[in-house]
Design a protein around this ligand. Structure first.
Ligand SMILES: [Cu+2]
Ligand SMILES: [Zn+2]
Length: 183
């Protein structure tokens, strides 16, 4: 009886250590950022960050210089914002060959994100967790692709891009060092 108690406590302790290690790993998950540049004659500026949180990716953005109201917000296929109208970023990031749609529905591009909502001063912030993005390079990842903001709201149904109008900002998504990482 005494021996079993000791073993029980020891295995509880090691389970606690494992849980703590897992929590630490997800807090310091891979991170990426994009610095937005104005396009199509806009004066939009801001930053977008992506951080792995467990099996999801948290996207956070802080944007200024928008017209008040909703704006389409997507990950686009190509990490090239060089065109004056950002068409160099090509279409929505869509590795699973889906239709355009709402990020919460089954049928949507991996790069479809919730509309940004700008206040009367043209500022917008967002924090959302998405389950179709991966912070990797290569065909299924978003590193070295781009994030684009549009002049108009995404209606979440028109093909192929939600009828969200001109591209008013674009930024290339680059891997960033994980905050607080000690290894
Ligand atoms: Cu877009
Ligand atoms: Zn789309």
């Amino acid at each position: 009886m005494k021996t079993r108690n000791v073993i029980g406590i020891a295995s509880l302790a090691s389970a606690a250590t494992l849980l703590a290690a897992c929590a630490g790993m997800s807090a310091a998950g891979p991170k990426a950022t994009a610095t937005l540049e104005p396009r199509s004659g806009s004066s939009v500026s801001g930053t977008v960050s992506f951080q792995a949180v467990g099996q999801k990716v948290r996207v956070e953005a802080s944007v200024a210089g928008l017209t008040p109201g909703e704006h389409g917000f997507h990950v686009h296929e190509v990490g090239d914002c060089s065109a004056a109208d950002a068409t160099s970023a090509k279409g929505h990031f869509n590795p699973a060959a889906k239709q355009h749609g709402h990020h919460g529905s089954a049928e949507h591009h991996a790069g479809d994100m919730p509309n940004l909502k700008a206040d009367s001063s043209g500022k917008a912030t967002i924090s959302a967790e998405l389950d179709t993005l991966s912070l990797t390079e290569g065909p299924s990842g978003i590193l070295n692709r781009s994030v684009v903001i549009h002049a108009d709201p995404d209606d979440y149904k028109s093909q192929p891009a939600g009828n969200s109008g001109k591209r008013v900002a674009c930024g290339v998504i680059r891997a960033a060092a994980a905050a607080g990482s000690s290894y």
